[in-house]
Design a protein around this ligand. Sequence first.
Ligand code: IFM
Length: 445
Amino acid sequence: MSTYRFNEDFVWGVATSSYQIEGAAHEDGRGPSIWDAFCNVPGKVVNGENGDVACDHYHRFEEDLDLMAELGVKAYRFSIAWPRVQPTGSGAFNEKGLAFYERLVDGLLERDIQPFATLYHWDLPLALQQQQNGWESRDTAYRFADYARKIGSVLGDRVASIATHNEPWCTAWLGNANGYFAPGNADLKKAAHVAHHLLLSHGLALQALRADGVKAPLGIVLNQSPAHGATDSPEDQAAASLEYAKFVRWYMDPLFKGEYPAEALEWYGANGPQEVIQSGDFDVIKTPMDFLGINYYTRIFASASGEKRPPGALGFTDMDWEVYPQGLTELLTRINADYKLPPIYITENGCAAKDVLDNGRVHDAERVRFYDLHLAALSDAVQQGVDVAGYFAWSLMDNFEWASGYDKRFGMVYVDYASQDRTLKDSALWYRDVIAQHAGVVLAR
Ligand code: IFM
């Protein structure tokens, strides 16, 4: 086992998102989201599954908060379902929906767990998609800023942080370039327009929240990976550099430098964002942030000749993602050198595994190993000067894994979807010990 070194005030957390756990999709005035609609499209989600019930967290959140308290986590990262609090994405807000998040936040604070809120984790109100093509429309960015203000006014004094977006790359790329996620478009130019409006909406929301006097630290959550060429050949290295520009720099450069990376712009060509960029947009997008959230799962492998990824030394997860912990150190030290960054939180990190519930136990040794290796890699980055304020395991519990449905289990807590019983896996017990034993300086395991 590894040795980690973090500060005493390091934030140990777990993360989830609204559509993946809440269920209660048709209750208390929640409006439909693009994911409700997408799940109804035959062939889009494994087994035709959806988030109608999910982990039934909407009704069982007290039990789930107790589980977090049992684990001793210091923070919980959750997302707010926009259609639950504003059913059509504009106009009237839904008091019952807002009240749910107030109860959730108050329940966390009663248990001494810091609430880390995310405003958008992919469940766009369906009405915005139907009426104005969702994020393809600039107006959706303004609707988002209005929604952000409302959340700021209701929860801004009680949450420990507010992130605008979770993984805008997924919304733009998986949702619009390859149709793998909602809303299911396969059009590169749409994806470029969506990405620009997501970035714009982030800046508009930050400015609106600050103008309203919200004191909670504000930021964004990006999924990132280093990109490696299959060989040292100039072609493979160029392929890796381009993938990195499309995946990481496409968001980091506008947010921290106020421009898109030339290398990726050239690749987009006529399918780029140019038609929707308006004067002053980059000033809004690069509004300073109080923190940056990074979700890390694996590395990118790039090959100019289409060569296959070699079997990783540490194998692959149940998502078929290579286990590559050292990529976290590499990524963090690189972005720390390339940009002037605020403190970083690792807002997601974890793995899917073929978990089996056996006599009330789940022996998920590979997940324990995954977390252990990634915490060690994170500690290495900290030793190399990266300012990392906390770590959130993905996920607190098994949940609806988007296009993979309930087939892929990422939780530290096993969910039996038939009974909704929760069982702490070995990884949860291990994480509880890590948090408890972490006296602030050195943890040797
Ligand atoms: O489950 C997702 C989450 O919603 C966003 N980040 C990646 C996780 C695993 O795929």
